[in-house]
Design a protein around this ligand. Structure first.
Ligand code: MN
Length: 434
């Protein structure tokens, strides 16, 4: 823990103090466009974004921090992600010092504020990296178990589940930033009672409450990443909604897995919440029940088991058109926690690379749907409505089994711990359009 995490540190950027998501202890990286400007790297601080290019031009950095700021100032963060933890942490320390209320250079930086710190609400946020590859895991054990139960599998988990961090290679080109409308996909599905498939709009459009992980330094082709060093390949986290067309999925899955059911859109929150900012919220991985198999040695590291999990509350909310009209605000569908994941991010990295597959800076992992054990924490409509058999009653009097046109789905997260300043992730939001 260094001074950037000091809970007593305040910022001269007034909106940062007591900000529920972006206090000075967070400082997540993102890519934004100021009004009329081109995409560039920035750092969220309260209600503002620090423009890294403008700060570089003002000569505010030197050494390692300058190298990292230059790598983060462009239209994608891949060069920053490639640098690794040293320069990134140096930049974080420098930014924290520049923005601190008692910082030595406060007067100088505050004078630059008008061009250095545009208001976040006036800026457009972008997907923060050029995503080469996107892999979606299945590490939410309660979601995996619920999926098995719904189709009557006994036991509900597949025999490989507790041995293999299961995943599929998903689609990078359709990853979109929060706020991008999501068009209801059309596809091939077999309607209830029909013997043959038909083509048309998805009738079982779902969300998945997931964590995203940004890969930093990559590994060379043919050189696996050992699990004990795997955490160092993760730069930071975001929220990820793996939109899923359940009717299309059910028909197309066998035998090679999801395809069109999941490749039409994946929404992510725009900010890369760094592992440095999340350090206070690390915790031990939940102990495996005594009768669970011990993972193979390439997936096991004592240090990773001690601190490889994250205590981050994660929630999904729906805002229907009726809720918007009435101004009631969104309704919570699920509240869960990232610490329900059965596999750590380090285990995912180790498994992904164990056969020699190379990861590259800016690759994106999805965790899998993070359902809690109880219904109030189920992270998809398939689970919440039992595949449409038990529609959910909403406070407006509406019912939902799956998403309807005009519905907005919002993911949020908060990391909290006594004695620490809470941080958030920003929203992961998308509205369904016909
Ligand atoms: Mn998923």
């Amino acid at each position: 823990m260094d001074e950037t995490l000091d809970p007593a540190r305040r910022s001269w950027v007034a909106t940062a103090n007591d900000h529920p998501e972006f206090p000075i202890q967070n400082l997540p990286f993102g890519v934004f466009s100021p009004p009329g400007g081109a995409p560039r790297g920035g750092v969220a601080i309260g209600g503002r974004i620090l423009d890294l290019g403008a700060a570089l031009d003002a000569g505010l950095f030197s050494g390692e921090a300058e190298r990292a700021a230059a790598a983060a100032a462009g239209p994608v963060l891949n060069p920053l992600m490639a640098l690794g933890a040293g320069p990134r942490a140096a930049l974080r320390r420098r930014l924290s010092g520049l923005l601190a209320a008692d910082g030595a250079e406060r007067a100088r930086v505050e004078r630059l504020a008008p061009r250095l710190l545009p208001a976040r609400a006036e800026c457009t946020l972008h997907v923060p990296a050029a995503i080469g590859d996107y892999t979606d895991f299945f590490a939410g054990i309660h979601h995996a178990s619920n999926s098995g139960k719904r189709i009557g599998r006994e036991p509900p988990l597949m025999p490989n589940y507790k041995h293999v961090p299961v995943a599929y290679h998903s689609r990078a080109s359709s990853v979109v930033v929060s706020g991008t409308p999501v068009r209801r996909p059309a596809g091939q599905r077999v309607r209830a009672g029909a013997g043959a498939p038909s083509f048309g709009p998805c009738e079982r459009l779902d969300f998945e409450l997931e964590l995203g992980a940004w890969i930093g330094p990559g590994n060379a082709l043919g050189e696996p990443v050992p699990v004990g060093r795997a955490a160092g390949h993760v730069v930071g986290l975001c929220l990820l909604n793996d939109w899923s067309a359940r009717d299309i999925q059910r028909w197309e899955m066998p035998p090679l897995g999801p395809f069109n059911a999941k490749n039409f859109a994946t929404t992510i929150s725009p900010w890369v919440v760094t592992v440095e900012a999340l350090a206070p919220f690390r915790q031990a991985q939940r102990p495996r029940p005594a009768d669970d198999p011990r993972p193979l040695p390439y997936l096991w590291d004592d240090g990773d088991q001690r601190e490889g999990a994250f205590d981050v509350a994660i929630e999904a909310l729906i805002e229907t058109a009726a809720m918007r009209e009435r101004g009631t605000g969104p309704h919570r569908l699920a509240l869960s926690n990232v610490n329900h994941l059965y596999w750590t991010l380090a285990q995912m990295v180790a498994h992904h690379t164990c056969g020699g597959c190379n990861l590259r800076p800016g690759d994106l992992f999805g965790s899998g749907t993070i359902s809690a054990p109880e219904r109030s924490g189920f992270g998809s409509f398939a689970e919440l409505s039992d595949e449409g058999r038990t529609p959910l009653a909403l406070p407006t009097g509406e019912q939902r089994s799956f998403l309807e046109d005009g519905d907005e789905l919002v993911l949020r997260a908060a990391a909290r711990r006594p004695g620490c300043v809470s941080i958030g992730f920003g929203e992961c939001r998308g509205r369904i359009v016909p």
